[in-house]
Design a binder for this molecule. Structure first.
Ligand SMILES: [Zn+2]
Length: 316
């Protein structure tokens, strides 16, 4: 039977509940944090409080989208989620090229070697030190998704290699792929590369697409049969909440409700309430369903987007 891989082991898909498809509960060190300290999310107690607020607001499950080599902490994630009634899912794979120093192994190892490392995480468990040391120690947590990313209107040679890694591992194991597009660009190119590795459309989710809140472009991506991920709802620097609502309303009308996934991606301390920021992890479960109803989006579509789509996409 297909299951969804969580920190506490595999679960049956119908156990998933209300799911936020892209979050960050822990991020310590790595290039992003070096460039801007606001990206550091590294207080166990505050992250626990944030996760609790998500559950209290009606959330049941979420994916921590931190991949290999950019501050992922599998031990810390387990600590944060311990005893909280939530399904937290961890990720394998890699981010965009700009977040890896030239000295990182991603530049040095071949495609086949990196496939071997990521496959080992999918089969044995996430490596506790992100393969950055001479010792290898697999945790008991299997990743629920594999990540790959690209730059703004560009796919660098490293990014192409890492997209192929995600694709090959997904084609072999069935693990779903969630991508990072930069400002919503290169989505179609990502789909082409992933499909060429043998990944079926229903296991591909193109991330951050609403950073370019362009209905026409989203239709082009959806015609490929893949999922689109909206994850900058209420992020004023990109666009107002109403833009996302209009996108969901229109695309549902056109029959695409079964291909929309939503997350907060509150990946900065200043977005999290327990770190003295806003609007916090509670925003999506607390506000989004009600706002969607105000836009005339049916309860059936809301349930599909937050419950059934994640179940179907994440099961492998
Ligand atoms: Zn993110």
């Amino acid at each position: 039977m297909k299951t969804i891989k969580t920190l506490n082991g595999p679960i049956a898909p119908d156990q998933l509940g209300f799911c936020d498809i892209h979050e960050h509960l822990w991020k310590s060190g790595g290039m992003e944090v070096i460039e801007d300290g606001d990206f550091a999310i590294e207080d166990l107690e505050k992250s626990r409080a944030e996760l609790k607020s998500y559950v209290e607001a009606g959330g049941k499950s979420l994916i921590d989208m931190q991949p290999i080599g950019v501050g992922r902490g599998i031990r810390e994630l387990k600590e944060i989620a311990k005893g909280i009634d939530a399904h937290v899912i961890a990720a394998t794979g890699f981010h965009r090229a700009g977040l890896y120093d030239k000295a990182h192994f991603v530049y040095k190892y071949s495609l086949d070697q990196i496939v071997e490392l990521v496959l080992a995480e999918v089969e044995k468990g996430i490596e506790v030190n992100d393969f950055c040391g001479p010792f290898v120690e697999h945790s008991d947590v299997l990743p629920g998704v594999v990540k790959a990313g690209t730059s703004y209107y560009k796919i660098t040679p490293l990014e192409e290699k890492l997209l192929k890694v995600a694709g090959k591992v997904s084609a072999k194991t069935g693990i779903p792929v969630i991508t990072h597009t930069h400002r919503g660009t290169m989505g179609l190119e990502q789909v082409e590369i992933l499909k060429a590795q043998g990944v079926p459309a229903e296991k591909i989710c193109i991330g951050h697409l609403d950073r370019n809140a362009d209905l026409t472009y989203h239709r082009m991506v959806l015609r490929e049969g893949v999922y689109v991920q909206y994850d900058c709802v209420a992020r004023v620097k990109y666009h107002p909440v109403s833009d996302t609502m209009e996108l969901i309303k229109e695309l549902s009308k056109e029959g695409y409700a079964g291909r929309i996934l939503i997350g907060g991606d509150w990946g900065r301390a200043s977005y999290l309430k327990s770190y003295n920021g806003a609007p916090g992890l509670e925003f999506i479960p607390k506000q989004l369903p009600g706002l969607m109803r105000e836009y005339g989006i049916s309860d059936e579509v809301i349930e599909r987007i937050f419950i059934h789509n994640p179940q179907e996409f994440l099961a492998y």
